[in-house]
Design a binder for this molecule. Structure first.
Ligand code: PLP
Length: 372
């Protein structure tokens, strides 16, 4: 179908940058220096400046970034970490990979972000850290989360994989927590040409620990102070990310314009819930997620009309077979389960047109009218 509207197309971002990105690749190729060199150091400086933090440490991917953060903070077996009940499973995997226990907290159903009012009920003497996730690109209510953490002596690690450039009360995500993780997986708002991730922090000592942990626990070659990882950002990916980073504000503005068009064209459709942004938060629309009671039928209808959609996420982590050992039963986190049953992510990517948004919205309106 010629007028198929895919869920995501990277082509409009990549085609105009083709010559610049290939020149960056050639620069690394010709340097013959491929791991932990000048490109990584330069990207770390540039991403730190973008994030308005002092330090950035490049790593292999977003999951590793969170694992390294928890390791650097000394979180491990016997410790509990508060996580959203409705996040991508990576947030939980980081906690279990360091041997700690994830303690899920339900989101505010209006925004799908961690509800700070529910933190006190999750607190135990074993709680060591909170991982707020800026889900879909909307900043969490970080000032309240940080105040709670300060009051109870907890670490905060933001999962900023979906929200590069979002802010709460004017402060950027990735600059609130003690250590903050992000991903540059290709489909994220800032994406590499493969896997990549980073941590941001204001703490010099923690940044130095992360540099050691990502590189075999070694500061000086063949001298290993701690049990580390091999989780380095490649020179090639760093060079590509350096080329793309200056475009990010423009791409974010396009995402926000597309979301505004969706909000307009999807207004007043009975039974359809559009995304809401909390007061004080900005949203960079990694995803534009609507909700509908007949979500599966809506998704089928859109597929039949040549419109690609995805579900973020169809099964909450506590209902995944991988986490059966945690013995968290169905019904334990009803808001997460409701969101999993009703959420649908619509096509949105920089370069998508207003006409395409109107086509998607028109199909949804038809579905709602026919479904009654
Ligand atoms: C993508 C993502 C991750 C994991 O990032 P990877 O680079 O794929 O490991 C973690 N958390 C959230 C919320 C994500 O969207």
């Amino acid at each position: 179908m010629s007028d198929f509207i895919p869920f995501l197309s990277l082509a409009p971002q990549h085609e105009p940058l083709r010559a610049e990105v290939l020149a960056a690749v050639a620069r690394v190729y010709d340097s013959n220096w491929l791991v932990l060199g000048e490109e990584v150091a330069a990207f770390e400086r540039e991403y730190a400046a973008f994030s308005q933090v002092t330090y950035c440490v490049g790593v292999a991917n977003g999951l590793d970034a969170m694992v390294l953060a928890l390791r650097a903070l000394g979180v491990g077996p016997g410790d509990e970490v508060i996580v959203p009940s409705n996040t991508y499973i990576a947030t939980w995997l980081a906690v279990t990979q360091v041997g700690a226990t994830p303690v899920p907290v339900e989101p505010d159903p209006a925004t799908a972000n961690l509800d700070p009012d529910r933190l006190p009920a999750a607190l135990t003497p074993r709680t060591r850290a909170i991982i707020p996730v800026h889900l879909y690109g909307q900043a969490c209510r970080m000032p309240e989360i940080m105040a709670f953490a300060r009051q109870h002596g907890l670490w905060v690690v933001e999962d900023n994989a979906q929200a590069h450039g979002a802010a709460f009360a004017g402060q950027l995500t990735g600059s609130f927590g003690h250590l903050n993780a992000t991903s540059f997986y290709p489909g994220k708002n800032l994406g590499a040409l493969g896997d990549a991730g980073a941590l941001t922090t204001a703490d010099a000592a923690l940044a130095q620990q992360l540099r050691v942990l990502r590189n075999y626990g070694s500061q000086e070659k063949y001298h290993n102070e701690v049990v580390g990882y091999n989780s380095r950002l490649d020179e090639l990916q760093a060079a590509v990310l350096r080329t793309k980073l200056p475009q990010l504000p423009r791409w974010t503005a396009q995402r926000q314009q597309l979301a505004a068009w969706y909000n307009h064209y999807l207004a007043d459709i009975p039974g359809l819930h559009r995304p809401r942004t909390a007061s004080g938060a900005t949203h960079v629309y990694h995803l534009y997620v609507v909700r509908h009671a007949r979500r599966d039928a809506l998704q089928r209808y859109l597929t039949q009309h040549g419109i690609g959609t995805l579900i973020h996420y169809p099964i909450p982590p506590h209902r995944q077979p991988a986490y059966a050992p945690l013995a968290l039963p169905a019904g334990a986190f009803p808001i997460a389960e409701e969101l999993a049953a009703t959420s649908l992510s619509l096509p949105l990517w920089p370069g998508m047109s207003e006409a395409q948004v109107a086509t998607v919205a028109g199909a949804i309106r038809e579905f709602a009218a026919s479904a009654g």
